[in-house]
Design a protein around this ligand. Structure first.
Ligand code: MV4
Length: 486
């Protein structure tokens, strides 16, 4: 049992965890890098320890320094947040061996679910639908070719250790497959130190729909509906919403049950998310499982009126989750916009610097998760996300209106942000109608408009859709890939 939690993270998620701890009467320890001396997580925690210089590898990713900070402050548990060490099985293992509770699943679960082929196999065994493709690694182009002969084009090659779309290639013919195999393998080797690939049938124009799960150590496992995260740019989520515009109650029920079944199979503990692809015929396929609390967890918290971070802490303390699945009702339509310090006009280039003025939106149905404040210096060393704007209303339509008025109230001066970009997305008829798919935005701002070449800004989408990967070597080639097979 523990009564003091070290938060091995920074920014808004560190604040989020500190808030949950405070409300549960738990003491908190912030760790910070030299770049984060003036950060709010340092100010709001009960104790704080500087763990090193600005680069993540010398601070937030340095296991030895974090364990040392936990030992000198006598913290009994570590919450990893998301990113950094959140899905590092070795870190979770070291915590355990030091008698520190890792707030998350077991090292074994992190390891097994982090291996994409293994995760897919386990889910398949649990009866969760998976995408047709190779059984495990494809070790040569010839093997990929043979499999594709049975399956038919288009196919997609994915890195076993993949993430962020690296080492992914769409292939439409034999020549493309040969090229794709070697390129993806080299890219994966470079990026992850593991060149292994697997092969799948390409799902055309899918939505990314993920199911939130929370499981305790007493055999209880609950699902909290879905989040639709299809609005992405180069594998970075920009907007997440619930309910998914393409979802039916019946499908939600089936996917929720499948996700719970999958998590139960592996004896899962804590917060987790199962990502699915859902195609236009409402077929769903397991993609991967995230073994952490995710950036977009507030979407679910607002929709269901729950506190997932408190639940994580409770589960880690060995408590029973006193929910009944039938009591978990979806009460609100919720939309989240990620506000990044980025210059959209310059290819979304990060824009660190000082925030000279900040006004956060408020009023009914508005939540802002941020660690930014007026005069705050955004360090150049970390992620460019500076805030999450989360709005809720009774219907999607009302949530969109609320989002629009909240974005108008949101003032950030000193650095460019993605706020104007979100305002543009709100003008897109397909987004407003909820009929978008995963091609949305992938080549923004290259093809800005459907309304004519004179138009400067309008956000458009490419349809019909299929290019899920920013995979080719040039922008032109990327646009080429969009051409449909539908
Ligand atoms: C896919 C796919 C289509 N077919 N796999 C892989 C990484 C993950 N983050 C997204 N991935 C995809 N895998 C097959 N077999 C399309 C995507 C995809 C995507 C899917 C839904 C919504 C947005 C997307 C953006 C990029 C890629």
């Amino acid at each position: 049992m523990f009564n003091k939690v070290l938060i091995a993270n920074r920014g808004e998620i560190a604040l989020r965890v500190i808030r949950a701890c405070r409300e549960l009467g738990l003491q908190t320890v912030a760790v910070y890098s030299e770049a984060d001396r003036d950060a709010l997580h340092v100010r709001f925690a009960d104790e704080d320890v500087c763990i090193g210089p600005a680069p993540s590898k010398d601070s937030y990713l340095d296991i030895k320094r974090i364990i040392a900070a936990a030992e000198i402050t006598n913290a009994g548990a570590i919450h990893p947040g998301y990113g950094f060490l959140a899905e590092n099985a070795e870190f979770a293992e070291i915590c355990e061996s030091c008698s520190i509770t890792f707030i998350g699943p077991t090292p074994d679960q992190i390891r097994k679910l982090g291996d994409k082929i293994n995760a897919k196999e386990m889910m398949k065994k649990a009866g969760v639908p998976t995408i047709p493709g190779s059984e495990g690694i494809v070790s040569s182009f010839e093997e990929a070719l043979e499999l594709t002969r049975e399956m038919g084009y288009p196919v997609i090659l994915k890195a076993v250790s993949g993430g962020g779309g690296k080492g992914m290639r769409i292939c439409r013919d034999d020549a493309g497959l040969e090229r794709g195999f070697h390129l993806a393998s080299a890219e994966a080797g470079n990026a992850f130190g593991n060149p292994d690939l697997y092969l799948e049938k390409l799902i055309i124009g899918p939505h990314h729909v993920e199911i939130q799960l929370m499981c305790d150590t007493h055999g209880n496992c609950f699902h909290f509906g879905e989040r639709d995260c299809s609005i992405q740019r180069r594998h970075q989520k920009l907007i997440e919403e619930t309910p998914s515009p393409l979802m039916t109650d019946e499908l939600r029920e089936r996917m929720g049950k499948a996700a719970v079944e999958g998590a139960r199979m592996v004896g899962y503990r804590g917060a987790g998310t199962i990502e699915f692809l859902v195609d236009s015929d409402l077929n769903y396929y397991f993609m991967e499982m995230n073994t952490r609390i995710q950036v977009e967890h507030p979407v679910t918290e607002e929709a269901f009126e729950v506190d997932l971070v408190q639940d994580q802490l409770r589960v880690a303390m060995g408590e029973r989750l006193n929910y009944r699945q039938e009591d978990l009702v979806h009460k609100w339509a919720v939309i989240e916009c990620r506000i990044n310090a980025e210059d959209v006009e310059k290819g979304f280039r990060p824009t660190p610097g000082q925030i000279t003025a900040l006004h956060k939106p408020g009023g009914p149905g508005v939540r802002v998760d941020t660690a930014a404040y007026t005069k705050y210096h955004i360090p150049p060393n970390y992620d460019s996300m500076i805030a999450k704007l989360i709005v809720k209303a009774r219907t999607r339509k009302e949530a969109l209106v609320r989002l629009d008025r909240s974005l108008r109230e949101f003032i950030v001066e000193g650095v460019p942000t993605t706020i104007p970009f979100h305002k543009e997305i709100l003008k897109n008829p397909d987004f407003m109608a909820g009929t978008y798919d995963n091609n949305f935005l992938d080549d923004y701002p290259k093809r800005k408009t459907d309304t004519g070449p004179g138009e400067k800004k309008g956000v458009t989408m490419k349809r019909p859709a299929e290019n899920p990967t920013a995979d080719a070597t040039t922008e032109e080639a990327k646009t080429e890939k969009i051409i449909t097979d539908k």
